[in-house]
Design a protein around this ligand. Structure first.
Ligand code: NAD
Ligand code: MG
Length: 298
């Protein structure tokens, strides 16, 4: 029988210690051009009905962590609305086919998360198209390294804030009137929230903000029966890393600093989103679930 996410395995060898060649793609990058290819769980994720009948909106659903999450959600029985940038149509259409193969209704809404009007329309069209909304995954994000704050362009600072935090606010605000009791919101933060790199000042700032947003809003929405949580990835092999998320000289050792000694794959993080989306995590609120290869976090 082929391996699935439940197959007993040694995590140190479950995936190879990749040493990717230097490679650069213009933002936002494509999974289709990542070498080696990332594992989104296409061949391995096995659903067991944990999200049957649920209606999910996922930003950054075309590639990386968002795509692996979309595949897992669809195989668990959810219908999915996908947000991504128009330049990512190639990745998005491949993921859309995988979701449809799993029996999901799929809506695709290309657009720019920096635009509040797009964020509001995304929610409105999702609610209309899926007949409601009960899982929101705020996952789209921007990471561009910069070695010297005096050269960090104001525009990059604003774009990183708008993509990672602004969209989170605009989408969640628009979604709230539609979310029933039992709905779940999951935000993608990062190990950078606790262990900020010297070259990711703007990005790390947004990820700390996402943790605070998550914990504050979780308390506000608890009485309504809406749970808010976050997933904090460590180094996961995705297009974000080769679109100036890291300097080229760091790509070949990407993930080697973790106790497991290797980068994570998107397929290894999707089950964390499934857990937080499903009712099995009913008493888990305001939590940040770290999926980072073993790096200690507060
Ligand atoms: P990714 O490049 O596959 O996904 C990021 C997505 O964000 C893109 O696919 C794109 O659709 C979306 N996006 C970016 N700017 C946008 C804009 N202006 N408008 C609309 N969409 C936009 O990379 P990923 O690593 O899967 O990233 C997903 C999330 O995981 C991000 O929030 C990232 O910060 C976070 N994260 C990643 C890692 C990692 O090591 N890969 C670690 C910690 C956190
Ligand atoms: Mg992408």
């Amino acid at each position: 029988m082929p391996r699935d996410q439940y197959t007993f395995a040694d995590p140190t060898t479950l995936y190879p210690r990749i040493q990717p060649d230097r490679q650069h793609q213009p933002e936002p990058g494509l999974d289709a051009e990542l070498t080696p290819r990332a594992d989104l769980g296409e061949e391995t994720y096995r659903g067991t009905g944990r999200l049957a009948g649920r209606k999910a909106l996922i930003t950054g659903a075309d590639s990386g962590i968002g795509a692996a999450t979309a595949i897992a959600f669809a195989r668990e029985g959810a219908d999915i609305a996908m947000s991504y940038l128009p330049e990512e149509e190639e990745d998005a259409s491949r993921v859309r086919s995988l979701l449809r193969d799993a029996g999901a209704t799929v809506l695709t809404f290309p657009g720019d998360l920096r635009d509040p009007a797009y964020c509001r329309e995304l929610v409105q069209r999702t609610v209309e198209g899926l007949g409601g909304l009960d899982i929101l995954v705020n996952n789209g994000g921007k990471q561009i390294f910069n070695e010297d704050l005096t050269t960090l362009p104001d525009e990059q600072f604003d774009d990183t804030l708008a993509t990672n935090v602004g969209a989170l606010f605009w989408i969640t605000k628009a979604a709230l009137p539609h979310l029933p009791a039992g709905a779940t919101i999951i935000n993608t933060t990062s190990v950078q929230a606790y262990k900020p790199s010297d070259i990711l000042v703007d990005y790390a700032t947004t990820k700390a903000a996402i943790n605070a947003f998550t914990k504050a809003l979780a308390q506000q929405l608890a009485p309504r029966g809406i749970r808010v949580n976050a997933v904090a990835p460590g180094p996961i092999w995705t297009p974000l890393q080769v679109t100036d998320g890291q300097p080229q000289e760091k790509i070949e050792s990407f993930g080697a600093e973790t106790p497991l000694g290797r980068a994570g794959q998107p397929a290894e993080i999707a089950p964390a989103f499934v857990f937080l989306a499903s009712p099995e995590s009913s008493y888990v609120l305001g939590e940040t679930l770290n999926v980072n290869g073993g790096m200690p976090t507060p």
